[in-house]
Design a protein around this ligand. Structure first.
Ligand code: CTP
Length: 473
């Protein structure tokens, strides 16, 4: 154990605890991650006595540390030093909850404190006291569970989860991040108590979900959330993707498992949370747009438009950001069929230019999403699609090199049009600007000043305008 205590903070806490005469331990995530050899920048200390006094004593001995931040209601104090965050808490008899509104102050022993933590692997403590320095205190065989890859509540799951229902999601999040299995009784506890998630704030929920989304294989978490019905509590639109209907012997695919496959595929190539969310959302409107007719079979017409609209509503409810991240995801959902649609026709330069124009900076992400959206089991089909997408990619590169459409700026601006014809800002200016954009995208003229000015002059003439001034070539 001792080699895990190489950071100088441990000796400082030891000396401080000794001076105050109150036993202190490292506990929780740091111990777990140290044993798993995972990096961890948060260290939690628990002391039998006042966490706040211990923090003050420690702060007095630290150089370059932040002030002590107090969360008095909860008897906790926090100090930052560089990238490190140290948190001090007095051992308590009641549940250990972060962000809970319920103040918890009843003092307890180390064992009391360990009892009220979420999982056996998170209830490990290492002594920082002189006589027992470095010894592991492991009342629930947490090390065994760590070695076996098992998530288990220290007490009866009903107690542990009633204390803080978010822990049900945490179990699944750890299972996803660490590749651990949730022990049977603990799992049963989640399935029977999943509706208790309703008392948890959406902010805390989404924090856990995003950690799952950012893990190596996010589908693990979503399948567990689906099977335990936790997903049903906060994301019914995703639940609705599940299921296959058959009519006249025709079945559509299960869009829930398809979505998870796309998400895992994206996760292999990109760590971007929002590209991953685009994968989650790309088919979200399929249940709402589903239809069947004799000629086409199952259709989901317009699901990209409806899905793009739904993105904002869902982001708002899930407490995801409503800024450019949301707009990016909505755009991805809206455009997600375009690259594949392109492969179904002869790929004209103008169609490629329009795609680059609409996707802008995000064209590469869109192509990646498109590629990851191919999940057919029919290998020949997959191969054909991939080949076609490669073609589109090549076309994009060719067109880009020639026409610089990404970040397209009109080669003649609205102000210049006003100057050229000596007119006021008016409908005509908009008409000319639009026509100019279309002419460039359709390849009627090259994306350069000379051709653009000539085009604007001709267009103006058509509208009955005559050139009053001139602009530089
Ligand atoms: N804890 C708990 N119940 C919670 C949250 C936290 O019992 N709902 C306890 C666990 O012992 C946990 C410790 O508080 O190990 C610290 O919590 P936190 O920093 O939120 O999580 P970590 O376990 O450190 O994991 P991560 O940093 O990956 O979130």
């Amino acid at each position: 154990m001792l080699n895990h205590l190489s950071h100088p903070i441990f000796d400082i806490v030891r000396a401080s605890a000794e001076k105050l005469g109150q036993p202190a331990y490292v506990v929780g995530g740091f111990v777990r991650d140290a044993l798993l050899e995972r990096d961890c920048k948060d260290i939690d200390f628990v002391t039998v006595g006042s966490g706040i006094e211990l923090a003050q004593e420690v702060a007095g001995r630290l150089e370059d540390a932040s002030e002590v931040n107090y969360f008095k209601n909860f008897g906790t104090a926090q100090i930052r030093q560089g990238n490190w965050e140290f948190e001090f808490v007095g051992a308590r008899k009641e549940s250990y909850q972060r962000n809970s509104r319920k103040p918890i102050v009843e003092e307890g022993s180390l064992q009391d404190d360990q009892n009220r933590r979420d999982f056996t692997i998170n209830a490990l403590a290492i002594s920082l006291n002189d006589v027992t320095y470095g010894e592991l205190v492991d009342p629930f065989n947490g090390v065994q569970d760590l070695n076996d890859g098992i998530l288990r509540t220290p007490l009866d799951p009903n107690i542990t989860f009633s204390d803080d229902p978010l822990r049900m999601l945490r179990a699944i999040r750890f299972a996803t991040q660490l590749g651990f299995r949730i022990e049977e009784n603990t799992y049963k506890g989640i399935t029977t108590m999943s509706d208790r998630l309703s008392i948890i704030s959406q902010e805390r929920i989404i924090d856990e979900v995003n950690k799952m989304v950012l893990s190596k294989q996010p589908s693990i978490g979503f399948k567990l959330m689906f099977n335990t019905r936790l997903l049903h509590q906060f994301f019914p639109e995703m639940v609705a993707l599940q299921g296959v209907e058959e009519r006249n012997g025709q079945r559509h695919k299960d869009n829930f498992y398809h979505t998870l496959q796309v998400l895992d595929n994206v996760a292999q190539y990109s760590n971007d949370l929002w590209l991953r969310w685009s994968a989650i959302m790309h088919d979200i409107a399929k249940p709402n747009t589903k239809d069947f007719n004799e000629t086409e079979g199952w259709t989901f017409h317009g699901h990209e438009f409806v899905g793009s609209k739904m993105t904002k509503r869902i982001f708002r409810r899930l407490k995801l950001p409503l800024n450019e991240k949301m707009r990016y995801v909505a755009k991805m959902v809206l455009l997600h069929l375009r690259p594949i649609a392109l492969t179904k026709e002869i790929v004209t330069d103008s169609a490629v230019r329009r795609l680059i124009f609409d996707a802008g900076e995000d064209i590469d992400d869109l192509m990646l999403l498109s590629k990851c959206d191919i999940t057919s089991k029919n290998e020949r089909k997959v191969e054909r699609f991939l080949k076609n997408l490669k073609n589109v990619e090549q076309k994009i590169r060719d067109v880009e090199e020639r026409d610089r459409i990404r970040n397209f700026q009109p080669p003649v601006s609205g102000d210049e049009i006003i100057k050229l014809f000596d007119i006021k800002p008016s409908r005509e200016v908009g008409i000319i600007k639009n026509a100019l954009k279309d002419a460039v995208l359709d390849g009627e003229i090259k994306n350069n000043r000379e051709e653009a000015i000539n085009f604007v002059l001709t267009k103006g003439k058509e509208l009955g305008l005559s050139a009053a001034g001139s602009i530089k070539n």
